[in-house]
Design a protein around this ligand. Structure first.
Ligand SMILES: Cc1cc2nc3c(=O)[nH]c(=O)nc-3n(C[C@H](O)[C@H](O)[C@H](O)COP(=O)(O)OP(=O)(O)OC[C@H]3O[C@@H](n4cnc5c(N)ncnc54)[C@H](O)[C@@H]3O)c2cc1C
Length: 344
């Protein structure tokens, strides 16, 4: 443990180590944790420092090994009933205390509902900077500062942000942008059981029960195939055409913001800068023009099929296969063909 005074500019070099805040729900690690460990490993190697994971929960100790196998050299484990479910106050207090005690130089967190809330609170508590929604991270070879890249100004520019005079450098990272760390059963790591005092565990909010919202049931971020509809689908009822193809392909249904803003489909389905980032094997974009804010959420899909009646639509610049025509005619024909081929 170092006793580095937080944010003393003269002592920035005392801050060492890259941390990943592991995210779990009902005792299961979320995939964003593995993505952060994959990215964290690269940063730690570049800095020649340790990669650690911070895991909070109840009866969760058995998950520490999974974090070590994904590259964590150390796991800070806070395992008590009061931390069973995410709550802003105790989670932020425990993590802020750990930061004060161990002085990491970088802290990575998912740009998820939990991560966005937690990282902001922690950054305020330890009085440092936070860059939200990063899509790329790197180390500046000269200054050793973390280069935190994210879309800005409505997605029209890509900004790289640094936190030169504060530590730790806290960043939330978009889901499905970074590659998951591979499993390496031979990787060795240590588990540090964190001692917690009662004051760290108090909360002004109380969890009564959990009611899953639509965003919990519609998880387009995890889908292998997505069929997406945009303004070109023209009205809410026409989204059945998208749903039918999705059903045959066992795919998720996604949408552009134009479709969501028109109330044809709920926000949980929105892909893009202000929606979800997805990285499916196949993305079928129907009646979507391909504005930069939409591309920000899906351009890394393995195969992109675009159906648009405008041959100059920008979506064709990123599409693997393009079909020029009326989506409302083409999509039902695709559905019928796939039904025959797949026997569904
Ligand atoms: C700060 C900010 C954040 C944003 N965030 C997001 C975001 O997260 N996600 C997002 O999607 N957008 C986002 N946007 C909006 C974005 O700029 C676009 O307005 C939006 O993506 C357009 O959606 P669209 O492609 O469905 O509609 P349009 O741009 O109107 O395109 C419709 C397309 O459908 C085609 N078409 C029409 N009829 C048919 C037909 N019958 N068959 C086939 N093709 C047809 C047209 O040729 C056209 O290309 C954001 C904008 C801002 C400023």
């Amino acid at each position: 443990m170092t006793n580095a005074p937080i944010n003393n500019i003269g002592n920035l070099e005392l801050f060492k180590g890259v941390w990943v805040l592991a995210e779990q729900a009902d005792g299961q690690l979320e995939s964003i944790t593995y993505e952060l460990l994959g990215e964290g490993r690269k940063l730690a190697n570049e800095l020649g420092t340790e990669l650690s994971a911070v895991l909070l929960g109840s009866n969760i100790g058995n998950k520490a090994q999974a974090l070590i196998e994904r590259g964590a050299d150390k796991v800070y484990l806070a395992d008590v009933p009061e931390l069973a479910y995410f709550a802003d106050e105790p989670y932020a207090k425990v993590i802020s205390k750990l930061i004060r005690d161990y002085s990491p130089t970088i802290v990575l967190c998912g740009a998820t509902t939990v991560g966005r809330s937690l990282a902001a609170r922690v950054a305020i508590t330890v009085n440092t900077g936070l860059t939200a929604d990063c899509t790329a991270l790197a180390i500046d070879p000269e200054t050793r500062n973390l280069l935190q890249t994210r879309p800005a100004c409505g997605g029209n520019i890509i900004a790289t942000i640094v936190t030169p005079g504060r530590r730790p450098q806290i960043a939330t990272v978009r889901q499905k942008v970074m590659k998951e760390a591979a499993i390496d059963g031979s990787h060795q790591g240590a588990v540090v059981n964190v001692a917690l005092t009662p004051d760290l565990l108090t909360s002004r909010t109380k969890r009564l029960r959990h009611v899953p919202g639509e965003s919990a049931t519609v998880n387009i971020s995890e889908a292998n195939i997505l069929v997406a509809g945009g303004r070109g689908i023209q009205k809410s009822e026409h989204f059945d055409v998208i749903g039918d193809l999705a059903k045959v392909l066992k795919a998720g249904v996604a949408a552009s913001r134009a479709a969501v803003d028109s109330n044809w489909i709920s926000y949980a389905h929105q892909v893009g800068q202000t929606g979800k980032t997805v990285c499916p094997k196949l993305y079928i974009a129907c009646g979507i023009s391909g504005q930069i804010q939409h591309l920000a959420g899906m351009a890394s899909a393995e195969t992109i099929v675009a159906i648009n009646r405008d041959p100059d639509a920008p979506i064709f610049n990123v599409a693997t296969y393009g079909v020029v025509g009326d989506a409302l005619e083409i999509v039902p024909r695709l559905t019928a063909e796939f039904k025959k081929i797949l026997g569904r």
